[in-house]
Design a protein around this ligand. Structure first.
Ligand SMILES: C[S@@+](CC[C@H](N)C(=O)[O-])C[C@H]1O[C@@H](n2cnc3c(N)ncnc32)[C@H](O)[C@@H]1O
Length: 281
């Protein structure tokens, strides 16, 4: 007897159907051709500045919240920073660089807690730099110095820092090797790099949820809230960091040793650290 239920579509049919529906709303081809040059990154963050504050974090975090229980709570935006704070508590670093500081959320948290440390921050998006400068000045934070620039070409002298961290931004690199080589150049021997990024979750179920979030929810939400083309850029750019073996090989080639990786949130977030070695630390 024929079933009254139609057979479930195969993943390919399902994808084609969704793409046809999306194509009714906005043209997909120009989006598929869209590049991720630095000018695209700037355009995206300039355009979405207010939307991030309204719909992501009113305090200006532009990274994901680490909520261990799996339920969103804005306190989770401090998860990455608390981990950094804990590591530095006993022996605060002297000179720190934050790559791609976004709206200044991380520096505004860390710099007052380590008043003896000199912080430098670099970001590509002029609006972020302007906003973060005002934020830090408004809070009377004097131990942080900000510059606009590209992390592929750091405007700092060799061996200027003993710690460098970057939260959810190295995935934007058009040349990860070059960005890591620049990081190695500006770190002192024994200095540490810490990369806190999203990751491909290990569990198929979590991976599915993550994929749906980045590929479907984010662009559609963005389409509703703001400019479709600008928001559609995000899932392409969050093509994650290179996989662990390639990233560790790139770190080694750049002059880092002791590469380590820890994951959180069922594998959806990662912390990669490595030490700049002239000695093999
Ligand atoms: C997802 S946001 C993360 C911001 C911040 N790290 C945070 O945790 O809130 C990515 C940031 O990377 C910056 N960015 C992207 N490409 C960059 C590059 N080549 N050089 C410097 N900053 C870059 C963007 O301007 C944006 O502020």
């Amino acid at each position: 007897m024929p079933s009254i239920f139609s057979a479930a579509p195969t993943p390919r049919q399902d994808l084609s159907r969704r793409l046809r529906r999306l194509a009714r709303v906005f043209p997909l081809e120009p989006l598929a051709q869209q590049g991720t040059a630095p000018s695209d990154v700037v355009e995206y963050y300039e355009h979405c500045f207010d939307a991030y504050r309204r719909h992501h974090s009113s305090e200006g975090a532009v990274h994901m919240a680490l909520n261990d229980g799996g339920r969103f709570d804005p306190d989770g935006f401090y998860g990455q920073l608390r981990r950094i704070e804990q590591v530095w508590r006993d022996a605060p670093p002297q000179d720190v660089l934050e790559l791609a500081f976004g709206q200044g959320f991380n520096l505004a948290y860390l710099a007052p807690r380590f008043p003896g440390t000199r912080f430098c921050g670099l970001d590509l998006t002029p609006r972020h730099v302007e906003h973060a400068r005002d934020l830090l000045a408004g809070r009377g934070i004097a131990n942080a110095e900000l510059r606009q620039g590209d992390f592929h070409d750091l405007p700092y002298a060799d061996a200027s820092f003993d710690h460098l961290y970057c939260i959810e931004a190295l995935c934007h690199a058009t040349d990860t090797r070059r960005a890591l080589a620049e990081c190695a150049r500006v770190l002192r021997p024994g200095g540490r790099i810490a990369l806190l990024e999203v990751d491909r979750p290990a569990s198929a179920l979590v991976r599915f949820g993550h994929g749906v979030y980045f590929r479907r929810v984010v662009p559609l939400l963005g389409a509703l809230l703001s400019d479709r083309a600008a928001y559609a850029y995000l899932p392409e750019s969050t093509a994650y960091l290179p996989d662990q073996a390639s990233l560790f090989a790139m770190l080694a080639a750049a002059g880092f040793g002791r590469s380590r990786k820890r994951t959180f949130l069922g594998g959806a977030a990662q912390l990669v650290t490595a030490d700049r070695g002239d000695r093999d630390v």
